[in-house]
Design a protein around this ligand. Structure first.
Ligand SMILES: Nc1ncnc2c1ncn2[C@@H]1O[C@H](COP(=O)(O)OP(=O)(O)OP(=O)(O)O)[C@@H](O)[C@H]1O
Length: 318
């Protein structure tokens, strides 16, 4: 059952001064934010900065050691975890994967797989799916129960760049069609920035927050992710003239759909995919020197913020 209409103005989940302490150490502290219906909130931050801990606390898997978490009553959460304990030696079909966490009617399964472009793969073995297909199957499984809040912990791991775009586009479509709230974890800074309403930059505490535009310009963000990352939003908005659909076809800016990209398409924002040559696209993105292999975003965080900087409108430093 969806939440009643009267609850729409209230956040689906809200964290107030939340802290989680383990083995004598605060994993996160002083965290406060909320996610409302129809809103996409993204947590970004370096490895070990407390992103998973924060979302697990938000959905009630972990109890906070200080502060308060408030969830709308009757809140239904769809959770796509970062890791899934699957025995890859056992045969498992997509159909079975969809029902591992609970029963699902045939029509709900059909609708969910259709929404992620996997209708034709119902009986496929999960171990034969590509990284992107597997992530979309997990999203279908989470969506099939029509959650009020969809929580995605790094949904683009093991997914190539066009697959990433498809997943973020799918995420926006889910939000637009169902009106659910989405809480997303990512340390991928490129595409996610354009798919997000609010970005929260975490490093044990909230370093800064705001719209993607505001956050990418904030000194705290640059300190965490390096100055190259600050260009990510511009990179995205320059070149996103086509979209890779879940079924592999390409939707162009003029609305046409083709099986493949056009050679002149602005493409992939300078990702350096090892093993294939992008030289035909080079004039489109010569200035976008992101290296995919290794994700070498510099994490220059210093304990002393200095505070000798200005905050762009909309970014809040905490
Ligand atoms: N139960 C626990 N006991 C002790 N330390 C923990 C526990 N759970 C997590 N940690 C530590 O807390 C820190 C934050 O972990 P968390 O998984 O929340 O980070 P993350 O930002 O999601 O990282 P990543 O980007 O690598 O997934 C890490 O240093 C981790 O080792």
């Amino acid at each position: 059952m969806p939440l009643p209409a009267t609850s729409e103005a209230r956040p689906l989940v809200s964290l107030s001064n939340v802290g989680v302490r383990r083995s004598g150490r605060w994993l996160v502290r002083g965290v406060d934010f909320s996610v409302s219906r129809g809103e996409i909130v993204t947590l970004i931050g370096p490895n070990g900065s407390g992103k998973s801990t924060t979302v697990k606390t938000a959905i009630g898997v972990i109890r906070p050691d200080e502060g308060k978490v408030t969830r709308a009553s009757g809140l239904k959460v769809g959770y796509v975890p970062q890791k899934l304990a699957i025995d890859w030696t056992l045969p498992l079909t997509v159909r079975r994967l969809m029902t591992l966490t609970g029963p699902l009617s045939d029509s709900d399964m059909k609708e969910a797989l259709g929404a992620v472009g996997l209708s034709h793969m119902r009986d496929a073995e999960v171990q034969h799916l590509s990284g992107g297909e597997f992530q979309r199957a997990l999203m279908a499984r989470a969506m099939a129960r029509k959650p009020d809040l969809l929580v995605l912990d790094e949904p683009v791991q093991g997914v190539d760049f066009s697959g990433e775009i498809a997943i973020y586009d799918l995420m926006k479509t889910i939000r637009n069609t169902t009106g659910c709230g989405i809480l997303l974890i990512s340390h991928d800074l490129h595409v996610v920035m354009a798919a997000t309403d609010t970005v929260i930059c975490l490093n044990g505490h909230i370093c800064c927050r705001g719209t993607p535009q505001a956050v990418t310009q904030s000194a705290e963000y640059v300190r965490l992710f390096g100055s190259r990352a600050a260009q990510s939003l511009a990179v995205y908005s320059h070149d996103h003239d086509h979209t890779h659909l879940p079924d592999g076809r390409v939707l162009h800016a003029d609305g046409s759909v083709t099986d493949h990209c056009h050679p002149e398409d602005g493409h992939h924002y300078g990702h350096d995919h090892a093993g294939h040559d992008h030289s035909s696209h080079s004039r489109d993105h010569a200035h976008h020197d992101h290296e995919h292999a290794g994700h070498d975003h510099a994490h220059h965080h210093t304990a002393d913020d200095g505070h000798g900087h200005k905050h762009p409108a909309g970014a809040r430093h905490v």
